[in-house]
Design a protein around this ligand. Structure first.
Ligand code: ADP
Length: 183
């Protein structure tokens, strides 16, 4: 893939775009990105401006979190986009959109989106990667629900995301209470 940077053409190699809401990024997403980076030279994590989904985190906050997670990996590029994915992809020349599949319930929606994107841009293929066994039940939506109710999401999202969720939901840092005869 040839991309323009500061007026120069730079060959970025084989590039995949991983579009999504990432509201917030979870270890399920991170697992897909880390596996994809062994297949592609670069992975562009493209955060969608999708206000109709009423996201918890702003695009800026989501960008910050994903950038922080991948700050040591120059092969992961983090960006955001408005509008149609195919229009964004056209600006980058990438030919593959990467998506993750957790369960058969994901399949129908993903199948429709991939077919629609292919009808809008015949050069854009969607590549699906199966979730890992450790993260098949992890979605941003359930993470938000559990965190809002004060449940532990450690181990399912990075610590920096745990902190952001606690800030958002104004939750105190919990200390385990010792229950004994003195209570
Ligand atoms: P969107 O709102 O576009 O579905 P998401 O951030 O929810 O964006 O997900 C982006 C992509 O990552 C989707 O293809 C989704 O199926 C996939 N994904 C989300 N969570 C996981 C997970 N735990 N394992 C594998 N893929 C996942």
């Amino acid at each position: 893939m040839i991309s323009k940077m500061k007026g120069k053409d730079i060959d970025m190699g084989n590039v995949a775009i991983y579009p999504g809401s990432f509201d917030p990024i979870t270890y399920g997403h991170i697992d897909i990105i880390e596996r994809a980076i062994h297949i592609f030279d670069k992975v562009i994590v493209a955060i969608a401006h999708n206000d109709e989904k009423r996201p918890l985190f702003t695009v800026e906050e989501r960008l910050e979190m994903v950038k922080e997670v991948f700050e040591d990996n120059p092969n992961v590029i983090v960006d955001s986009f408005k509008g149609l994915l195919v229009d964004y992809v056209a600006k980058t020349n990438a030919k593959v959109s990467l998506r993750g599949l957790r369960a058969t319930s994901d399949f129908e929606y993903e199948f429709h989106m991939a077919s629609m994107n292919r009808s809008l841009n015949t050069h854009l293929d969607t590549l699906f990667m199966m979730t890992s066994k450790d993260y098949f039940f992890v979605s941003s939506r359930t993470i938000k629900e559990v965190a809002r109710l004060g449940g532990a999401v450690e181990g399912l999202v990075p610590d920096l995301v745990v902190r952001r969720l606690k800030e958002k939901f104004k939750l105190p840092v919990t200390k385990k209470k010792q229950i004994g005869w003195d209570d």
